[in-house]
Design a protein around this ligand. Structure first.
Ligand code: AMP
Ligand code: MG
Length: 410
């Protein structure tokens, strides 16, 4: 299909069509620590009060407020017992007495206040309270964190460490969460060889499978590397079958979606399912294929490594986030001022590899070198992609642009 006859779409139009097709995956029950970062698919209520009983917020003495409120200090109380966290005192606090208590221990019957050690002096079986204390001080009441039956987490929430902790606190060992997308990745090209294998003349290593797989990991998907298919219809078709056999929720191919003589991915896709070939109004990454094979969405990336990564960032990322059950996926961005002037007169939106500097006056962005779509090294040097709008023919030094950040993970 000649490039000229492909529908020309903006990034936004392509993304909208992709997201219309992509569905949220089904939930599964997983152990707590496998749920980190996932989207909850159930309502979680507390099975009991947290904390379960009134307990001490300090190491000190459990006393009756009525005994320690008066200003006439020191106040002498007789120590009648001791209680540690995890134990319930068999002894009560009666007027004129105190029980040594440790943080987290249930407040004994009769007591309603805890005087911390620092405000006391011990004297054998007696303790002297050195300052007056308001009744109720240093006591955490039962259910002050969470009440029995209270809803603590709702469906759709992303489980961060604190939500995982809350699940544990309400007694859960498992949670219902949306499945992680399994993303099958297939490189194509007669010249493309997996790393670790000898290279013949004219051959290059498969960078795309690994870039894309690493992106999939950072987006919360599980990559499945299918290797490299030669530029033969039967082999590309076999790659797609493999993807389906391996239970892919999304298939990402690279290469072969352009207009060259051996760009076969599009033939195969067109015969395998519903498939669209778009010419995107952006650079790098003009050609893109999107459709479905046996109902499984497929994203056909261009082969140039920079274009492949950018397209995965712009289209694969939201698709994976939607599958994971997220409802928004803002890309981390900053506004930065250009350190170089930019001239681009083709009307396409350019994504330029930049390094972002934080200065006192705000962020600045400097190009990282050759912006050719095969120059992976300028992407290695970059920590952002400056978005140059299609209508901007010329941007002077200091012009402010949006920069999509490419943050470190972890
Ligand atoms: P294509 O889109 O198949 O025409 O490929 C465009 C360019 O990207 C060619 O120079 C390919 O050699 C290169 N390329 C394709 N696939 C890969 C890959 N998996 N890793 C690195 N470069 C690739
Ligand atoms: Mg190719």
């Amino acid at each position: 299909m000649p490039e000229a006859r492909r529908p020309v779409l903006s990034v936004e139009q392509a993304l909208e069509r992709i997201l219309e097709t992509v569905r949220v995956l089904k939930p599964e029950r997983v152990p707590l620590l496998a749920a980190t970062g996932r989207v909850l698919a159930e309502t979680v209520a507390a099975d009991r009060d947290i904390p379960p009983l009134d307990n001490s917020a300090m190491d000190g003495y459990a006393v009756r407020g009525a005994d320690v409120e008066q200003a006439d200090c020191p106040i002498r109380l007789r120590v009648v017992g001791e209680v540690a966290a995890g134990y319930v005192s068999a002894v009560q606090v009666t007027p004129g007495t105190a029980i040594r208590i440790m943080t987290g221990a249930p407040v004994p019957d009769g007591a309603d206040t805890v005087v911390r050690f620092e405000d006391t002096r011990q004297d054998g079986d007696w303790v002297e309270v050195l300052v007056p204390y308001a009744s109720g001080r240093n006591v955490r009441s039962a259910g002050e964190d969470v009440r029995a039956g209270q809803i603590v987490l709702k469906p759709g929430c992303v489980l961060r460490p604190q939500e995982i902790g809350m699940l544990a606190a309400v007694g859960r060992v498992e949670a219902m969460v949306i499945r992680r997308p399994r993303v099958a990745i297939l490189a194509t090209g007669d010249e493309v060889v997996p790393p670790g294998q000898p290279l013949g003349p004219g051959q290059i290593r498969d960078a795309n499978s690994y870039t894309v797989a690493a992106q999939v990991q950072t987006f919360g998907g599980t990559p499945i590397l299918l290797g490299v298919a030669r530029d033969q219809e039967a082999l590309v078709r076999q790659g797609m079958r493999d993807a389906l056999d391996r239970g892919a929720d999304l298939i990402i191919t690279s290469g072969g979606v352009s207009v060259g003589d051996f760009d076969l991915v599009k033939q195969v896709l067109a015969s395998e399912g519903e498939m669209h070939f778009w010419s995107l109004n952006m650079k790098p990454g003009r050609p893109l294929a999107f459709g479905a094979v046996d109902g499984i969405p497929l994203l056909g990336l261009p082969g140039n490594p920079v274009a492949a990564m950018l397209s995965t960032e712009l289209f694969g990322r939201p698709a994976i986030f939607k599958m994971r059950g997220l409802t928004d996926w803002p890309h981390p961005t900053v506004r930065a001022r250009l350190r170089q002037s930019i001239e681009r007169k083709d009307g396409r939106r350019h994504y330029l590899r930049v390094r972002v500097y934080q200065t006192e006056a705000g962020y600045e962005a400097a190009l990282t070198g050759d912006q050719g779509s095969g120059i992976l090294n300028s992407l290695v040097e970059a920590d952002g992609l400056a978005v140059i709008p299609g209508e901007a023919d010329y941007l002077p030094v200091g012009a402010e642009v949006e920069v999509l950040l490419l943050p470190r993970t972890g």
